[in-house]
Design a protein around this ligand. Sequence first.
Ligand code: ADP
Ligand code: MG
Length: 240
Amino acid sequence: MTDVVLEVEELSATYRGVVAVEGLTLNVPAGRIVTVIGPNGAGKTTLLNAVMGVLPARGVVRFRGEAIGRLDVEARVRRGISLVPETRELFATLGVEDNLRLGFWRHRGAGAAAMRRALDEVYALFPRLRERRSQAAGTLSGGERQMLAMGRALMARPSLLMLDEPSLGLAPLIVRDIFRAIAALRDTGVAILLVEQNARAALQVAEYGYVLETGRIALQGASAMLAADPRVIETYLGVG
Ligand SMILES: Nc1ncnc2c1ncn2[C@@H]1O[C@H](COP(=O)(O)OP(=O)(O)O)[C@@H](O)[C@H]1O
Ligand SMILES: [Mg+2]
């Protein structure tokens, strides 16, 4: 049996009584990339916020076998879950490396050498961040900001990394770099839940995918199967 890192069962969330996601059931196995694709407003961000504990939700969320629905955000981060929000949420006036250091708080007792090793791992994945380590985060390009947001999440050394539309607003060549880094991370054993409107890029990198439409899972399957499904092609991949 594959080791499942995240199990979500019958998850529902509402905003002032208005249903945003309903009855979502999905799994993320260890060392895999699972994608949730769907249009704007489908409930992708709501799903990630509910798993992170930022938003109240009904249903069951299990992380490495433990029901975590009652834990607050900090406790979930300590367990090994990291979220890179759509808004990136960097500290604009702080430098790149200072932003990265803030991601290490979960391990603050581990000492300076451990922090250095974590920084070196992030710099190995994103060499541009090392070149710019003293630059203020607010002056970075969109692609560099996404790298920094991912790098800061990785400083927590998560076993589950959740990414909310990492390709948003980025040029195709930068998207390719970001998705290469996502694949490289998966190869180091991190489980990844990737939420995307860019279905083409997401299905290329992920092993398994779910299609979310107005808060419900409309389709699911191996990425190659979804990418060949006429409904997915027509609605999400277009021609060519
Ligand atoms: N803070 C909020 N207050 C009220 N409704 C919200 C809020 N955030 C999201 N919604 C609604 O919930 C639904 C799902 O939104 P969201 O999870 O942001 O979708 P996605 O990330 O797929 O674009 C949408 O109908 C959206 O309008
Ligand atoms: Mg969203």
